[in-house]
Write a protein that binds this ligand. Structure first.
Ligand code: ADP
Ligand code: MG
Ligand code: MG
Length: 889
């Protein structure tokens, strides 16, 4: 195996092997851009080292021969006393992990070669400055010396000299500092700073390998879900010097604004400085535009290169560069990170520039970004006082009074207060408080912490791991940097999209993107928001490309109308149980309690017109589009009062000798209906088979509503869906009854209704016998929530808060199977059932309802297995449309 690649040998597609930095250095080299020559040690070498504790045997020789070639190119030898070659040893993994791993500059300097460098550059000050930087960086990252010791010594030197910045230190001062630094190394590391340049380089390479497993790096990978076994590459790059005086310097730049997407000059430049100074913020940088005045030739060249890079990568790039005595050098580039809004704008801008096509534009954005843009946000114009920043764990903008325990959260929210629950970290005991709070803030834990997982599941704003906040739950207060104390009851604001924490109440404004989907803001209008314009166009690209149709889960006309505005092509799931609540509860109670057939029929008769009216409104709202209505699904006890509450009522009445006959009957019914496992009990199709007249009443209501809409010249397209079917026999019985009722209504009204009857596939047995079930079903709708519960044997209501965090941390799954479909398990059943169903009935319509219908990754899966549509909550519809378009392009 080859462990070392010269920059001329690699290219941008070799990120797995060369890391992002190495692959792009190679790409730039081969584009003919000015990159200091060098070579890259592969991630494979790192993996061998990390697995065995030793570098692969062949590595040393390969490094030697590449170094020899580099020395030949450069016409000098590493650390050669009179004319030294210096290099940087730079980490660089496949995914960028900014600041997480190590880099050492100026390798090759020693007591001898520092003289050579001084002579070579004709600048003694510069040589000693470079040397002290090497000892400092090497001491810290390779030998593990506390970096503050060097910083303190540097401060002292500046104080002694009475100067403010390091550039004012002279050669003699820096020489003294080097002596001091070497003493620190000796004292702290128990060894001398190595004078042999090759030893410096080899130790630095090892240190970079080791930094892959540093605590910071590990934590970052967990948060960003980067696999732990990728390893890092190591780049050996000949040094160029930005610290050679005022005609030298170093900077960073973006080819366009990573926040807005606007093209222009964005970046920072620092004169007379070496790379790490810019980010470390030790001196004030100037805006990149200033460089035009400082060094017009380099500036023009940089602009030219930025254009080349954009045209080549066809995307926003960020870059690091250094100018050495008027000569520009490129030290890094990569496709740059950007905000969600910028992603949409940049994608459309690149289409307009002719750099990418519509299909490619769809790959440049994603549903998670769109979802982020749809959350309400803090008013950007508002004056804010930011006091901290954590991990953006669950998006949204939340304002409320600080509370430090779950009990207070619940108590205060009951009395109408908005609260933010602040904890060091949360655990299942905090659940009530999390539900009661507007948002959750923790000072510990990452994206997979309990707080983050649960908050995302609930769609609640959450910032976690805001480490600089000191949370003291005992004293119910939090200390922010600078010492200000937030007491219980103080207002704070948290932004789950940026992770920022603010003091006081930051005003919230609705997202312009939602205003657009709602039809309150229009693309193409004079004052249209640029973002809205971009979203509008991307959605059009997606709608043109996608094959999957997108329907909504909606139970009433209001939701149906919103869903239509958001682009729904029908309703995939109307849950009729929502029509049994409120003031109809009494009727439902009567139905459940009915002792005689007459009683039961009477209550059904009263429910019929109410149900019918619901459907009439729904059909009207969705006129011309399919509406799938699920017959009653939940266990009946859900419609009865809580057992404890009822027992108390009965006991109270008894002791007061008040009449309580009705309560007693209810209580008996609750006891009778009580099940150990209601989710596996009397529900779904089983209700229809056990309670005479219930399903037929619902079918009649649907049929009559459809007939009424027909009479009104409407175009109702009802589909009747039977839940929780496990065998075709269940479906056949219900279906025969339904067919009969529909026929009756058709005769009575003289209209042909063409109602489709189908079933949910949400039990493993249904999926396994899909071929038979398709005989009696005109459509399947995969109920992936229940299917996930029953395939895994997980109770959705319990597991998320109990052991899912542990499962996520142990890597048993990367994301909850209730959030993203488990392709291998649940997904393979869906796929097989879809095929079996279509084998029986080629025109079988296939859809999915359930949370997965709006989840980006799951949408791609449903596209691949050939479903016809996904159905999701109205707010997820744009996300599903976008992802369906992305899946098809
Ligand atoms: P990071 O991944 O943390 O950005 P880098 O490897 O890019 O680390 O290096 C840190 C800094 O040192 C950057 O500003 C980079 O431009 C600079 N640098 C790295 N190698 C060289 C070099 N050969 N010559 C000059 N500056 C360098
Ligand atoms: Mg860098
Ligand atoms: Mg279900």
């Amino acid at each position: 195996m080859k462990f070392v690649y010269d920059f001329t040998e690699g290219n941008k597609d070799l990120k797995d092997l060369l890391g992002g930095k190495g692959a792009n250095l190679a790409e730039m080299t081969n584009l003919g851009l000015p990159v200091p020559p060098g070579f890259t040690i592969t991630t494979e070498a790192c993996k061998v080292y990390l697995d065995s504790g030793e570098e692969p045997v062949a590595l040393r020789d390969e490094v030697s021969s590449h170094l020899a070639a580099l020395e030949k190119t450069m016409g000098k030898k590493l650390g050669q006393p009179d004319n030294p070659l210096l290099v940087s040893v730079r980490s660089g993994a496949k995914f960028s992990m900014p600041g997480m791993m190590d880099t050492v500059l100026n390798i090759g300097l020693s007591d001898k070669s520092v003289q050579g460098l001084a002579k070579q550059a004709g600048d003694e000050r510069f040589a000693w400055d470079s040397y002290r930087r090497l000892i400092q960086m090497f001491g810290k990252t390779v030998l593990g010396v506390d970096g503050d010791l060097f910083e303190d010594a540097l401060e002292e030197a500046k104080k002694a000299k009475k100067v403010a910045v390091d550039t004012e230190l002279e050669a003699a001062d820096l020489k003294k500092l080097v002596t001091k630094f070497k003493k620190i190394v000796k004292a702290e590391a128990g060894r001398d700073f190595p004078q042999d340049p090759r030893e410096q380089m080899d130790l630095a390479i090892k240190a970079v390998f080791d930094s892959w497993n540093g605590d910071r790096a590990k934590l970052y990978r967990r948060q960003e879900r980067i696999p732990h076994d990728l390893g890092t590459a190591v780049n050996i790059c000949s040094m160029v010097f930005g610290n050679l005086g005022p005609d030298s310097g170093t900077g960073v730049a973006f080819t366009r604004d990573p926040a807005s997407g606007h093209q222009g000059v964005y970046g920072d430049y620092l004169q007379n400085a070496q790379g790490e100074d810019v980010v470390a913020g030790i001196r004030n940088t100037v805006a990149l535009a200033e460089l035009e005045k400082i060094d017009k030739k380099s500036y023009d060249q940089l602009m030219q290169i930025m254009e080349t890079l954009e045209n080549h990568y066809k995307d926003l790039c960020d870059i690091e560069f250094t100018i050495e005595r008027g000569q520009l050098w490129m030290l890094q580039t990569r496709v740059g990170k950007r905000t969600a809004g910028a992603a949409f704008r940049i994608a459309t801008q690149l289409v307009d520039q002719g750099l990418i096509d519509e299909a490619e534009a769809l790959q440049r954005v994603n549903g998670a970004q769109l979802a982020q843009l749809m959350f309400p946000r803090f008013d950007e114009q508002a004056k804010v006082e930011q006091v901290g920043r954590g991990i953006a764990a669950s998006p949204g903008a939340a304002v409320g009074k600080a509370v430090f325990d779950s009990y207070t959260a619940v108590k205060w929210s009951r009395s109408g207060e908005k609260v933010i629950l602040i904890r060091r970290e949360t655990n299942p005991d905090d659940l009530d408080g999390m539900i009661a709070a507007e948002g959750i803030l923790t000072s510990r834990g990452g994206k997979t912490s309990h707080a983050a997982v649960v908050a995302r599941g609930m769609g609640k704003t959450c910032v976690c791991g805001a480490e600089e906040l000191e949370v003291d739950t005992k004293r119910r207060r939090m200390t922010v940097p600078g010492g200000h104390v937030v007491e219980e009851g103080d207002l704070i604001s948290i932004d789950g999209s940026s992770g920022k924490v603010y003091l006081g109440e930051v005003p919230v404004v609705p997202s312009p993107v939602v205003e657009y989907f709602e039809g309150r803001m229009h693309a193409g209008a004079d004052d249209a928001d640029e973002l809205v314009e971009a979203v509008h166009r991307i959605m059009a690209f997606a709608d043109r490309k996608r094959r999957l149709r997108v329907r909504a889960n909606a139970d009433n006309a209001e939701d149906a109308l919103r869903a239509r505005r958001f682009g729904a092509q029908g309703i995939g799931l109307c849950r009729t149980e929502h029509m049994f609540l409120g003031d109809r509860r009494e009727l439902v109670e009567r139905l459940i309690l009915a002792d005689t057939e007459v009683d039961r029929e009477e209550s059904l008769k009263q429910l019929l017109p109410l149900q019918k009216q619901d459907f009439v409104e729904l059909f009207e709202a969705m006129d011309g589009l399919p509406v799938t209505i699920r017959l009653l699904d939940p266990p009946l006890h859900e419609f009865l009062p809580d057992i404890t509450e009822l027992s108390v009522r009965v006991a109270l009445a008894e002791s007061r000798k008040e009449p309580h006959e009705n309560e007693l009957r209810l209580l008996q019914a609750v006891h009778r209906l009580h099940e150990q496992n209601p989710m596996l009990g009397l529900r779904g199709v089983r209700l229809g088979l056990v309670i005479p007249g219930l399903f037929t009443m619902q079918v009649r209501a649907i049929a009559e509503a459809a007939a009424e809409r027909r009479a009104a010249k409407g175009d109702p397209r009802a589909e009747i869906m039977i839940p929780l079917v496990g065998t075709v026999q269940e479906l056949e019985i219900v279906r025969d009854e339904a067919d009969q009722v529909v026929a009756e209504v058709e005769t009575a009204t003289g209209t042909e209704l063409k109602l489709a009857i189908g079933t949910m596939i949400e039990l493993p047995r249904a999926a396994l016998t899909a071929a038979q079930i398709a005989e009696a079903a005109e459509f399947f709708s995969f109920g992936t929530n229940d299917l996930t519960q029953t395939v895994w044997g997980f109770s959705r209501d319990d597991v998320e808060a109990s052991f899912f965090t542990a499962y996520l941390e142990k890597g048993i799954f990367g994301v909850s199977p209730f959030e993203t479909i488990d392709k291998d398990g649940v997904g393979s059943l869906v796929k097989a059932a879809a095929q079996a169903g279509r084998a029986t009935r080629p025109d079988l319509k296939l859809g999915v309802c359930g949370e997965h219908g709006g989840d980006p990754e799951s949408v791609h899966f449903f596209h691949e297995v050939g479903l016809d549509y996904v159905s999701c909550s109205p707010f997820r519809i744009p996300v599903a449309r976008l992802e369906a378009g992305r899946a098809a392009s």
